[in-house]
Ligand binder design. Sequence first.
Ligand code: GLC
Length: 533
Amino acid sequence: MTTDHATPTWWRHAVIYQVYPRSFADSDGDGIGDLPGALSHLDDLVELGVDAVWFSPFYRSPMADAGYDVSDYRDVDPIFGTLADADALLAAAHGRGLKVIVDLVPNHSSDQHRWFQEALAAGPGSAARARYVFRDGAGDDGAYPPNGWQSVFGGAAWSRVPDGQWYLHLFHPGQPDLNWENPEVRAEFEDILRFWLDRGVDGFRVDVAHGLVKAVGLPDQDAAGGGGPMWDQDGVHEIYRSWRKILDGYPGGRIMVAEAWVSPPERLGRYVRGDEMHQAFNFEFLQAPWDATRQREVIATSLATTAAVGAPTTWVLSNHDVVRHATRLAGPAGAPLHQGIGAADPHPDLALGLRRARAATALMLALPGSAYLYQGEELGLPEDVRLPDEVRQDPTWLRSGHTIRGRDGCRVPLPWVADAPSYGFGPGPSSWLPQPDIWARYALDRQRGVAGSTYELYRRALALRREYGLGTTGLIWLDLGPDVVAFRAGTVLVLANLGTAGVPVPDGVAVVLASGPLADDGTVPTDTTVWAR
Ligand code: GLC
């Protein structure tokens, strides 16, 4: 069975590849990836065998948070190219049968957005301020923030403007939160959706989808309970229902995927009810430790909670915000995801991490539903744990007073060619984050056509997934022991060995894919996944 790009349900089992534009490919040698660079590598993504590409933000931005601070939602930042480049990229992707999802950042704009500049100029009580969350301060002269909310990047979630008022920013001060109680804000984003839908995009990844609506009265954390007064408020769902109506007016199956860090899983299920979003990232799966019991549990719970609302499950192991899974899975279970790893910290074993990452990916790509890949994981790239602190750019590092390193280690530009300047990332010798020497061994040209390479494992897994209709089938659990995750998906038997002893392949089937070498006696060794038929 093949993925049918013409059907409006393509997304239910699609494999979607995340491009982080500044680190994917640089066409002009300034050391920052761009849209023409991405276009020049689309054929590589076709060869890899993905169905769709999600592009992290490429809009106009002063880059306080690498483009997640948007100053113009309808234009491309000059460092990435032009609107014409975006149109060309979209056409080129469609011409190759790839769907395109763009990032939508509705929780906050940039402080350089025209609206925020107008709000600053217009003063307290103005209509321009009502597009954001401005409040008077606490204390006699208003010198204290209106409440005790903390920014995700560290420090207070409020900053004071010269006339004495404060504005809310759940993230960086350069990312003022929009006021979603204001109909003007709602109308503006409906128009932005149409702007990109009219250009032909196939969907939106909705940034911080659980944050747009805040609890009435902005109560302090203790008083509100649950996920906190700024997250996962019931009011967000009305927004997504209105967006769904807009998307459904376009042909071809246009989708929304929620970035919502919420729990328990039933709360996430609410984002993918029939009249809301199509998908939500499965961060429970991403965060699950490399432990068979926990893996079985999280897979079963994920399938049950999405089935309850008729949505497909999604699976993801890495993205631009978390320690890459080729490193994470060799580290301590439960280690902080977003905080990075420094040169002086303990470093997880590279070989162990890669073995587990390959096994985890082979497991993931056999599961029912849709899967997300993050650029570079198909090369087996680890987190760059030796990145010098002086070059770090994630605002977390600065805002935490140099205590939390943040996410730069998973954002280092990709190696395409081992023996080229910047490992083929671009024509220039350097890149916005320096690439470590070990990048040479992960370069695409060192892996393409090489039996046993991580790239060829991904390519074969994606080809077989398509051929056997994996992703489209249900799952029947098999009991092959406590340390084994095993199931049947359609005609394929999947066996992931997370224990220490070898596990025999059941009689009557032959291995068609293995994430690593089998033992001499044919058993599946530790940290290895096989597909068999
Ligand atoms: C999301 C993005 C992250 C960004 C944040 C603020 O979590 O994935 O990169 O920093 O939103 O926009």
